[in-house]
Design a protein around this ligand. Structure first.
Ligand SMILES: C[S@@+](CC[C@H](N)C(=O)[O-])C[C@H]1O[C@@H](n2cnc3c(N)ncnc32)[C@H](O)[C@@H]1O
Length: 330
């Protein structure tokens, strides 16, 4: 004996529970970011374990106390390595993401679905519109994986949905998701800049968009995981408003009189208020209190963007007051 203590070997990783505890510790130690559809390391570890074992989420408890095969444990530890060292987001490692209880295929061609629209499509947005069976035309601008187009088609069963994106690669993924949900006959994909190729088509009852909205300099500061997502899905020019500017103009001439434009804008609420102080936006309530999805009534949008009027000095029409009354009543 030379008096030196031997390092204590780590406990063996035998059961599913051992692997999960190990992964939670490793993710905390590595300081991974969980902002891409997960709330914390526990959800991510469970998702990776389910993938490594080929088990559905609801069947995972069966492995918590049981030994896991050496092959499955190796697969899991490799996924964990890619998550903590390469910072590959969990959704890309397992090839899927869930939104609104639905599965969507994802890979590095598309942003990982996590939009606030999942909270608003079921009840809040329909409350502003005629009854769902009278909603016949809907557009999802900047569709990415197609996730919101699918949620819209399911919520408005009589509607045809036009979904746009500028990225061919994203549209390939969207096409797969639309087919997987059996909605090829109702959702049409358009490769176009914002809404350009939709001009001249019959007008819409509802246009929604979760556009890229990060200012260029914000992207540089985001954790490494976000740099695995397509930059064009996150960034929109110097101030983040490039796509939103276009969308306000193009949606104005594409909405039916009773329609609405609904946009997710992340941290840009103040920037929008500065840029368009008189644009009447109703900020819809979201569970985390960020309330960063704005609804603009067709009439307000048309008045706001009318040629010859300076948008930034336009006053609100009556719709905002009406909107407030309606949402308070719910
Ligand atoms: C934030 S992602 C939203 C994807 C999806 N709607 C979701 O919620 O997960 C924005 C999408 O807009 C697309 N995009 C960026 N600039 C665009 C433009 N000028 N016209 C159309 N689509 C654009 C990107 O390719 C990306 O798929």
């Amino acid at each position: 004996m030379n008096g030196r203590r031997r390092p204590i070997p780590p406990p063996p990783l035998r059961t599913g529970g051992d692997l999960l505890r190990h992964a939670n510790r490793e993710m905390r130690r590595a300081g991974v970011s969980h902002g891409q559809g997960f709330l914390g390391p526990e959800e991510e570890s469970l998702t990776l374990l389910g993938h490594a074992l080929g088990l559905a989420w609801e069947d995972l408890p069966s492995c918590f106390r049981r030994p896991v095969s050496a092959e499955a444990a190796t697969r899991f530890l490799e996924l964990l390595r890619r998550r903590t060292e390469d910072r590959t987001p969990t959704a890309y490692l397992v090839g899927e993401a869930w939104l609104g209880g639905l599965r969507f295929k994802v890979d590095e061609r598309v942003i990982i679905p996590r939009s606030y629209f999942v909270e608003l499509i079921p009840e809040v947005i329909p409350a502003w519109l005629p009854p769902a069976e009278r909603i016949l035309r809907v557009a999802d601008v900047c569709t990415g994986s197609g996730c919101l187009a699918v949620l819209l088609a399911r919520r408005f069963p009589e509607a045809k949905v036009d979904a746009t994106d500028l990225s061919d690669a994203a549209l390939e993924v969207a096409a797969e998701n639309i087919a997987a949900h059996g909605l090829k006959g109702r959702i049409r994909l358009h490769r176009t800049d914002v809404m350009r190729s939709l001009a001249g088509r019959p007008r819409y009852d509802l246009i929604i968009s979760n556009p890229p909205y990060e200012p260029e300099k914000v992207l540089r500061r985001l954790p490494a995981e976000f740099h695995r997502e397509p930059p064009e899905a996150l960034v929109s020019g110097k101030d983040g408003l490039d796509v939103i500017r276009r969308l306000l103009r193009e949606a104005a001439s594409s909405l039916l009189p009773h329609g609405a434009l609904v946009i997710e804008v992340g941290g840009l609420r103040e920037a929008m208020a500065r840029e368009w102080p008189r644009l009447p936006v109703c900020w819809l309530p979201t569970a985390d209190g960020s309330d960063c999805v704005g609804l603009i009534h067709a009439a307000d949008l048309a008045a706001f963007t009318r040629p010859g009027r300076r948008a930034s000095t336009r006053g609100a029409t009556g719709s905002r007051r009406k909107a407030r009354g309606r949402s308070r009543g719910r």
